[in-house]
Design a protein around this ligand. Sequence first.
Ligand SMILES: Nc1ncnc2c1ncn2[C@@H]1O[C@H](COP(=O)(O)OP(=O)(O)OP(=O)(O)O)[C@@H](O)[C@H]1O
Ligand SMILES: [Mg+2]
Length: 358
Amino acid sequence: MNRDNTAPTTDDADGRLVAASADGEDQAVEAALRPKSLDEFVGQERVREQLDLVLKAALARGATADHVLLSGSPGLGKTTLSMIIAAEMGAPIRITSGPAIQHAGDLAAILSSLQEGEVLFLDEIHRMSRPAEEMLYMAMEDFRVDVIVGKGPGATAIPLELPPFTLVGATTRAGLLPPPLRDRFGFTGHMEFYEPSELERVIHRSAQLLDVAIDTDGAAEIAGRSRGTPRIANRLLRRVRDYAQVKADGRITREIAVAALGVYEVDGRGLDRLDRAVLQALLKLFAGGPVGLSTLAVAVGEERETVEEVAEPFLVREGLLARTPRGRVATPAAWAHLGLVPPRQGSGGAGQPGLFGT
Ligand SMILES: Nc1ncnc2c1ncn2[C@@H]1O[C@H](COP(=O)(O)OP(=O)(O)OP(=O)(O)O)[C@@H](O)[C@H]1O
Ligand SMILES: [Mg+2]
């Protein structure tokens, strides 16, 4: 289990238009694009309905809402939803993150300054230090912390009562949370990737806020290339808007979206140059595999880690590539996506596909 706070997480932003993590520009515009209420929040029907009940019931009882854990891939709306929770409860929100809490004392300081009913948003909760985590157990369950004063044999624990608060934890790695922590949340919402039709709604909504004209087909085209992720949809929308302003009359149609995303090398399924390079090497050089990760990485001139952590997860999710014990294997969908013909079974697997079977 990776519990090292200083270990860098793979940052796939790195200038990639289809990265799910936020870059500087995203951070600047995201606040303006965030839905402010559950009704405005697109998709995630189940999480939204369940959360709606949790919050309404707490409001009706005049109580503070139960602690909420939100898990899911980057860019799916965890931070957005945490702010909505506070807004729906009419409560202030305090924002911090696991890596920012190095010592239990840091957490004690935050907890002891909370107001009654306040929402504490703890992002990347899986990256908190162990002592802070243990303090959090007691705070969540009994609204109490023990503050240690002094050092060594003379140290004493002074119990401190906390006002009732709602902890909203967010994590991209629910599997890394220790069970005692997971069990202390009254509600866990798992965020799924979005359907293209939902992303279309996100895009129309954002276009309106950004004052960009877009038609139904234009929005559908961008949605289909957004990898199920609202953050990517919003980012592609901004790049297509640039293109529409410079090369056309500013209005986004399907034609404009296709041309713009062609310039940025994001294809019809949301694969970018790196994704396609990996697939192309797998198909053209290794006849669809199986081939070892290291060999594949050398063939595309990238680090092993880049191929494994940046390109592969989406290719696997899309059913274009499979990881098998014998190596990486392309699926029939991969051949179809690149418009290539797979070699016939038992043909030895060498040479150019397309020389075989036709
Ligand atoms: N359901 C949604 N409806 C409309 N917009 C959304 C929705 N979910 C996310 N967004 C938009 O996507 C952007 C990213 O969302 P958010 O920051 O909440 O993701 P996150 O899950 O917290 O990501 P990370 O794991 O990187 O912290 C926001 O700007 C928000 O406007
Ligand atoms: Mg977030």
